[in-house]
Design a protein around this ligand. Structure first.
Ligand code: MOS
Length: 735
């Protein structure tokens, strides 16, 4: 029986729920000291003086480091950023560019002593008025000099197509800043060995990238740095970049010649590490009277820090989702403000872009009188409008039709305010989505042990999605073992180099490398059975060897041997297979690879209170072959809940005068709780996609967070007749 396709429970589930899983801040090292960061209260200006006298004399204090005595770091060249992150390094000079910028780090015997001593530091500032982002600033936005991808795109003549169209829609949609709010705060534990080797236990989505960055900035060769992260208590993109505290922990450990443990406070989680930038997006659609698109224009503006060109590529969605006969154009611009550099947040680009595009599509449905489901079917395309390449697989039609069937869309009456349950207005809305399929190179090692068990090793991550489990399934099938015989080790740069846990890419890339490594180990075993000492299958063909249940057997014979016997006979304790997956060539291949979805939402709106309650959601997904339906379903449920937060609750507020994020705790930042979440239904309609990955899978995790917000916003319109174009949909916007 194949392990792939089985709804296996997480192999690390028991450890996690019993407290056996050690997260970064749980790790204790002998002689470890503790550190706390003192950060800027102002958002723009400089420090005139920093008096650390009292702090240095406080109980337990080992060191107080500021820009006066911290060793200088080497600047990070922008090209090394991946994904886009903050290049500005902490404690290098007296300048202040954002509230929450580190000013000092205190190291003490205990965390409380470090935090207390921090409060004794006297800082005098020269304060300049901060530049604070407001949506009206979109008019002054500019194109940044540095960019990851083209800022603009133009296929055909969108402007003309829209001008000539029978039906035109032009609307602006806005979304606020959001924070990741991982339950596990960022934390680093830094340790220098006597030989100068630096080990960073770090809560990160990229052990390899963190090692590279630390090497560049600290001037330590990569071979002398280990980065370790076995478990993540939430990443969501916020840990896909190294923030200042990681480097500060390393330098502090060097300064006191002891290991240093540095967890961020909850408040610092809103100011010292990344966030999702607000967007102001304008969409213009042109269509014929039947709702067939003739033109799409999508322009997005987002704020970034004063020192980095972070672009939120929200208009990407419109390049790829629907066909428009006359043309599609997109653009991205930024506004430089006093804040730290934004970063990706599940699902970057797409989740914001689809709110605008799929809300506009709903507006077009009402403008043309075409049902929203039918409108999408009419604009479906087999060819990527941006590149002109055919999609490898695109089960969009299935997502829409099967999702609609499961939801019962045919019972919906299209007119706003036409469906009621007592005093509640019922609204039903839908939205579709396309999500970039990311491909990264990845290595893995699989060791087949004499006892008939196997070990998978890779410097990849389980960000909480079930990677340990899925890798065990994949290796088990390739080796003919049951998954319980496969152990998986991840999150350590001493293991074969893999990619960051970003872009919902781990199954398709890192896990593909595991499959290749397991196949290589199996091949070695097969060769031993054919040609090794006292070869049991001597003279037979490799293709006739069947591997199952920890045994090798020869087709059409009763000959068989176990891995254990085979290794013992050859005097080997193990067989090692190396996997090296390099999909780079395929990126520019003949096919465009994306995953797809359609999301259907129903809301109940209290007409007197403006309160929106979600009553059910159906998501239909094309993410290629599903390796584990149980963890995949968990992804979908998590993604929908994430989208509910975006739609109804989440926003980070900035003080307009002080330029600070005012959210400092969960109490001031609403996320969905169980009481907000109704029955959720996920169905998977994709098929094996050989272009996407040797495993046939496409990115899933972030896809499921996309188009939840427009489905809900469209449902709110259907319920109330009120079009909310500014997230989150709070009561005052509904009333
Ligand atoms: Mo995901 S926001 O690409 O970590």
């Amino acid at each position: 029986m194949n392990a792939i396709g089985q709804p296996m429970s997480r192999v690390d589930g028991r450890r996690k729920v019993t407290g056996g899983a050690r997260y970064t801040a749980d790790i204790s090292l002998p002689r470890a000291a503790h550190a706390a960061i003192v950060h800027s209260r102002i958002a723009n200006g400089r420090t005139v003086s920093i008096d650390t006298t009292a702090a240095a004399r406080a109980p337990g204090v080992l060191a107080v480091l500021t820009h006066h005595n911290l060793p200088h770091m080497k600047p990070v060249p922008w090209s090394h950023l991946h994904p886009q992150g903050q290049t500005y390094l902490p404690l290098q000079d007296d300048k202040i560019h954002y509230a929450g910028q580190p000013i000092a780090i205190v190291v003490a015997e205990t965390l409380d002593q470090a935090a207390y001593a921090g409060t004794l530091i006297k800082i005098e500032y020269e304060v300049d008025r901060p530049v604070v982002f407001k949506p009206q600033m979109a008019r002054e936005a500019v194109e940044p000099a540095q960019r990851m991808w083209p800022l603009r795109s133009s296929v055909g003549d969108a402007e003309k197509a829209i001008a000539d169209a029978a039906v035109r829609i032009e609307r602006t949609y806005t979304m606020p800043d959001r924070h990741h709010n991982q339950m596990e705060p960022h934390a680093t534990l830094a340790l220098w060995d006597d030989d100068g080797t630096l080990t960073l236990y770090d809560s990160t989505q990229m052990v390899v990238g963190t090692r590279r960055l630390a090497s560049l900035v600290l001037g330590v060769p990569e071979e002398k740095i280990n980065v370790v992260c076995e478990f993540l208590g939430g990443g969501f993109g916020g840990k896909s970049w190294s923030w200042p505290h990681t480097l500060l922990a390393a330098l502090a450990a060097k300064a006191v010649n002891r290991p240093v443990r540095l967890p961020l406070t909850r408040a610092q989680m809103y100011s010292m590490v990344g966030h999702q930038a607000a967007t102001v997006q304008t969409i213009a659609l042109g269509s014929d009277r039947d709702g067939k698109l003739t033109g799409i224009r999508h322009d997005s503006v987002s704020p970034t820090s004063v020192f980095d060109d972070y672009v939120e590529y929200a208009a990407l969605a419109s390049r790829h989702l629907w066909r428009a006969s006359g043309g599609i154009s997109t653009s991205h611009r930024v506004v430089y403000v006093n804040r730290n550099t934004p970063v990706v947040l599940r699902a970057p680009m797409e989740a914001q872009g689809h709110f605008a595009l799929e809300s506009a599509m709903d507006e077009l449905a009402y403008a043309t009188g075409v049902d929203p489901v039918e409108l999408r079917l009419r604009n479906d395309t087999d060819t990527d409008p941006y590149s002109g390449r055919p999609f490898s697989t695109r089960a969009m039609r299935k997502c829409i039709t099967e999702g609609a069937a499961r939801f019962g869309w045919d019972r919906r009456t299209p007119k706003p305010r036409s469906m009621r349950d007592g005093r509640y207005l019922i609204g039903q809305g839908m939205a579709a989505a396309i999500f970039t399929h990311w491909r990264w190179p990845a290595k893995a090692r699989v060791t087949l042990n004499g006892g008939g068990s196997a070990l998978v090793e890779a410097a990849a991550h389980d960000i909480g999605t079930g990677t340990y489990t899925v890798m065990a399934q994949v290796a088990a099938d390739a080796l003919g073992l049951t998954p319980d015989k496969v152990a998986v080790r991840l999150g350590d740069t001493r293991l074969p180099e893999s990619h960051p846990a970003i872009g919902s890419s781990t199954v398709s890339n890192a896990t593909a490398a595991v499959m290749l490594a397991a196949q290589a180990a199996r091949k070695k075993a097969v060769l031993l059975a054919l040609n090794g000492r006292d070869a049991p299958f001597a003279g037979a063909a490799a293709d006739d060897v069947i591997v199952a249940d920890g045994r090798l057997s020869l087709a059409r014979t009763n000959l068989s041997t176990s891995y254990a016997e085979l290794l013992a006979r050859n005097g080997l304790s193990n067989l090692v297979g190396d996997g090296d997956y390099d999909p780079v060539e395929e990126v520019n291949g003949p096919k465009a690879v994306f995953s797809f979805s359609a999301v259907f939402a129903e809301v109940r709106v209290d007409p007197d209170l403006g309160l929106v309650r979600l009553s059910r959601v159906v998501g239909a997904y094309d993410a290629g072959r599903i390796i584990n339906p149980k963890t995949a379903r968990s992804q979908a449920i998590g993604g929908i809940i994430w989208g509910v937060g975006q739609a109804l609750l989440e926003q980070s507020e900035t003080d307009p005068m002080l330029g600070r994020f005012v959210n400092r705790n969960y109490s001031g930042y609403l996320v969905p709780t169980n009481a907000d979440i109704p029955e959720l239904d996920a169905l998977f309609v994709g098929e094996f996609d050989e272009e996407a990955s040797p495993l046939g899978s496409k990115g899933l995790g972030e896809l499921t967070a996309v188009s939840v917000a427009p489905a809900i916003a469209n449902a709110v319109y259907h319920a109330t007749g009120k079009r909310v174009r500014d997230l989150p949909i709070t009561v005052e916007k509904v009333l």
